[in-house]
Design a protein around this ligand. Structure first.
Ligand code: ATP
Ligand code: MG
Length: 362
């Protein structure tokens, strides 16, 4: 498709932090929407590798490898680099520059009160020794998104607070520097002369998939995830070990609501009638053991993951890493054209247009 044909499609920006491989939570929270919208939107998928340094500055080799693994996950899921643009954050300098501008537009206390940051500090045990860069990532994320002036940001529920902050940054920028009337409707900011549209979050089919621990959000940092790259044996072991929230015999009535395995049944068993029947029998204590429910979920998860495993296998070699790096290079070069244009527009609006610079990135 020509560049001209691509530019009139509305844009999507979203991404993942290379702090580990992708899991089922990413799939239902965001990846599914990315796949579905690849043709309708001009999609940019960001590898937030700078943000991985906010909590793992001492692990550069891990971050590099995780960056490559996440692209393999994306390709395995069906993200097509010929249709969607894969972007490496650390090689898009406009993002770093825009981060500074947005840092000036967001009150310090507003950033620190962000509930997602607070939850992450607790969940990741960061205490009070987290880096200065850690809360900065929330501001940086405004720049990640707005550098691409997108309409839509497909994310899980935990990111909605971040997107709200990004929307505020966009409004404030447009009001301060582009004379956009504060009474303007969010969807009209760009039309009213703003550099930035006010983008919307698009939350996936399941905005917060619980981890195999049955309580926390499934997360690559919490050791409670089923990875898209897990083998059938690993899937069986992880789901097999899940606590069903209660202790019961197959012929005793059970509580579906407190059993996290049923959450997975709803998320991954395609046949709704089968899910309803499992729930019904479980509630009645109709000779339905927890092992039976788990076996049905394991089959469904494997059915979803099998084609991904096949596509991933083709990338599990040295040439695979090279191919991934090529995809990152090509995507990032294209992404820089958009991000540089945005930066130029932003600087012009701010009276910072003292000259033009060009960025050659190969
Ligand atoms: P980390 O623990 O390092 O923050 P993470 O597992 O939360 O990792 P992110 O890279 O922060 O993953 O999130 C990538 C995207 O996936 C975000 O849009 C996020 O909302 C979504 N997501 C992550 N975990 C889940 C989940 N359990 N359910 C639904 N969506 C999720
Ligand atoms: Mg996260």
């Amino acid at each position: 498709m020509s560049d001209a044909a691509q530019t009139h499609r509305p844009r999507i920006l979203t991404g993942d932090t290379p702090t580990g491989r992708l899991h089922l939570g990413h799939y239902v929270g965001s990846l599914e929407n990315r796949l579905r919208l690849q043709d309708e939107y001009d999609c940019y998928f960001l590898l937030a590798n700078m943000h991985a340094f906010t909590t793992r500055a001492d692990k550069p080799a891990d971050i590099r490898q995780d960056t490559i693994e996440i692209v393999k996950d994306w390709l395995a899921v069906g993200i097509d680099p010929d249709r969607s643009t894969i972007v490496l954050q650390t090689e898009v300098p406009a993002i770093a520059e825009l981060t500074w501008f947005f840092a000036m537009l967001l009150p310090f206390n507003r950033v620190m009160r962000n509930p997602t940051l607070k939850t992450e500090i607790d969940a990741k045990g960061l205490g009070d020794t987290y880096s200065f860069g850690f809360p900065m990532y929330a501001v940086g994320q405004c720049a990640d998104i707005l550098a691409f002036r997108p309409e839509l940001v497909p994310v899980g529920v935990d990111q909605v607070a971040h997107i709200e902050m990004c929307r505020e940054a966009a409004r404030r920028f447009d009001q301060f520097y582009c004379n956009v009337d504060p009474r303007t409707e969010d969807e009209d900011y760009a039309k009213a002369g703003g550099v930035f549209p006010v983008p919307s979050a698009l939350v996936g089919r399941i905005g917060r998939l619980v981890g195999t621990d049955g309580s926390n959000k499934m997360s690559k940092s919490l050791n409670n995830a089923i990875y898209l790259s897990d083998t059938p044996k690993q899937v069986k072991k992880k789901i097999g070990a899940m606590y069903p929230g209660q202790s019961r015999e197959p012929n005793e009535p059970g509580n579906v609501e407190i059993n996290p395995v049923f959450g997975y049944a709803e998320a991954f068993i395609k046949d709704e009638a089968q899910v309803d029947e499992l729930k019904e029998r479980y509630r009645r204590g109709d000779n339905l053991g927890d092992g039976h429910v788990k076996a049905a979920v394991i089959d469904a998860v494997n059915e979803l993951l099998d084609p991904m495993r096949e596509r991933r296998a083709a990338l599990e070699n040295k040439d695979g890493d090279e191919r991934v790096i090529e995809v990152i290079r090509a995507g990032t070069a294209k992404a820089n054209l958009v991000a540089e244009e945005t930066l130029h527009m932003a600087k012009r609006a701010m009276g910072l247009d003292f000259g033009t610079r060009s960025l050659a990135w190969k």
